[in-house]
Design a protein around this ligand. Structure first.
Ligand SMILES: NC(=O)c1ccc[n+]([C@@H]2O[C@H](COP(=O)([O-])OP(=O)(O)OC[C@H]3O[C@@H](n4cnc5c(N)ncnc54)[C@H](OP(=O)(O)O)[C@@H]3O)[C@@H](O)[C@H]2O)c1
Length: 431
């Protein structure tokens, strides 16, 4: 495993490198190869039946280290993403290798490939350790979109703390994520995000044990088919989807604001635009229906995120919204249960669920969260869709006066003062 900052500089003059690729089960395979470096990209050549080519196609994260011609490692390894090149990009990579090794790669290797009737393959390697030094706390990442996003962030070197309700599921998720990302800086904290005392305890543990956290991803959401009340007397869908994340955010803002790149990333759902809520209770009017409560909770989360962005203007903290689009997860399954949706929404949701059940849907859905955590170009308040570009927020969430009322109600419901600048000790449990 590696955790040093990535650069290809010390590979530029290197004749041979040790390439580590991984079998499906995660076992490493080491191969010495030639490498040509161009800025932040490196190129290697192989052939279509080579084991490393097959392994890289299944698992594009590799490690590279300087080595002798026989594969004896001579320097530190870095993590990189491998991409198989086609067309003009492959020709370009081939020329770079031919220039660096005129006899070996320019003449001998292509000749061997031709004689063996192999197809020559060019692979680009890009360093992946750009998140070394970053620490991401993410709720609800034992499964679904959060888990997929976390694997990608861990592959790029971030330290990760995942939050979920079950120690067992947490332990299993940490083992799986570490194995798939080859990053051992993954840990788990147990908390129920719908239980305010549990959220306060979580914030306290984070402040004491992980003061280096620079990014909070509120990925968790809850959907309850019938109206349930939490131990705090709050409607459960609202509590898990909005109030728990809201409380955690407020308790961690002082910590995040100290960081040069502090971030809060809140997971959205495009359905917020159908949400409607009472600015005092934050619940929709009329008889309870699970998906209405979810859409309204997402609207409340969006309004308070934008209010937080306004209140932290001028600080280094960025508040970002990540909309995953859709993915085939437990949340989607629960939302299709009887009693969750009106007849019209049910029709739309059934069609939507068929659309999102495509291979790679989780990876696509995780894109907006990964981009929100990693991009340096975003402004506080930006709303990212799965295409990872900031997009327009619907009018229902643009009313700043309404956002202030929802901010005030959210504070009242979680027992906090309105003012963001009030000392955190006022609302912490005994530390
Ligand atoms: N899936 C979609 O189509 C879709 C579309 C739009 C937006 N989104 C949003 O994307 C985010 C992720 O959704 P998903 O579909 O990936 O969810 P998911 O697969 O259902 O995963 C939910 C995660 O939340 C955790 N969790 C649930 N209740 C919790 C609680 N009370 N306290 C702590 N953790 C809890 C679960 O962990 P444990 O069970 O281990 O606690 C699990 O890791 C959500 O914000 C959702 O609203 C999803």
């Amino acid at each position: 495993m590696t955790n040093s900052a990535a650069t290809l500089e010390h590979f530029e003059r290197q004749k041979n490198i040790l390439l580590t690729s991984y079998r499906r089960v995660g076992t490493p395979v080491y191969t010495p190869v030639n490498i040509a470096v161009e800025g932040e990209h490196a190129f290697v050549r192989t052939w279509n039946t080579a084991g490393k080519f097959k392994r890289i196609r299944h698992h594009p994260t590799v490690e590279i280290a300087p080595s002798t011609v026989f594969g004896q490692r001579t320097g530190p390894a870095i993590r990189a993403r491998a991409r198989v090149l086609e067309g003009a990009e492959a020709v370009h990579a081939g020329q770079a290798l031919d220039r660096k090794y005129p006899l070996l790669q320019g003449v001998l290797v292509p000749m061997i490939h031709r004689l063996g009737h192999y197809r020559t393959i060019h692979i680009e390697l890009t360093p992946l350790d750009d998140l070394v030094g970053r620490t991401v706390l993410i709720t609800g990442a034992t499964a679904g979109i959060g888990r997929t996003a976390v694997i990608q962030l861990a592959q790029r070197g971030a330290q990760i703390i995942i939050v979920g309700r079950s120690e067992d599921r947490g332990r299993q998720a940490v083992a799986d994520i570490s194995a798939q990302s080859h990053n051992d800086q993954v840990s788990f904290l147990q908390a129920d995000m719908g239980h305010l005392e549990s959220v306060r305890r979580l914030a306290q543990v984070v402040r004491q044990q992980y003061p280096q956290v620079d990014t909070l991803v509120n990925n968790v959401a809850g959907l309850s088919p019938t109206r349930q009340e939490t131990v705090d007397g709050l409607e459960a869908t609202l509590a898990v989807t909005h109030l728990g994340p809201f409380l955690l955010t407020r308790l961690l803002v002082p910590l995040l604001e100290e960081k040069p790149i502090g971030r809060v990333v809140n997971l959205m759902s495009g359905t917020y635009r159908f949400g409607s809520l009472d600015p005092l209770t934050l619940e929709p009017s009329g008889p309870y229906r699970g998906f209405d409560a979810y859409m309204s909770a997402k609207l409340a989360l969006l309004l308070t995120s934008l209010e937080l962005a306004r209140r932290t203007q001028g600080s280094t903290l960025r508040v970002l919204l990540a909309d995953p689009g859709g993915a085939d997860t437990d949340t989607l399954t629960v939302s299709l249960q009887p009693g969750m949706l009106s007849a019209r929404m049910r029709l739309m949701a059934t069609f939507f669920s068929l659309l999102v059940r495509r291979p790679g849907n989780l990876e696509r859905a995780a894109r907006s969260s990964v981009e929100a955590v990693t991009s340096t170009d975003l402004m506080s308040g930006d709303y990212l869709k799965a295409n990872t570009r900031p997009s327009q927020i619907a009018r229902v969430a643009q009313d700043a006066a309404f956002a202030q009322r929802v901010w005030a109600a959210s504070n009242r419901l979680v027992g906090l003062p309105d003012d963001l600048r009030v000392s955190e000790t006022l609302f912490s449990t005994q530390e």
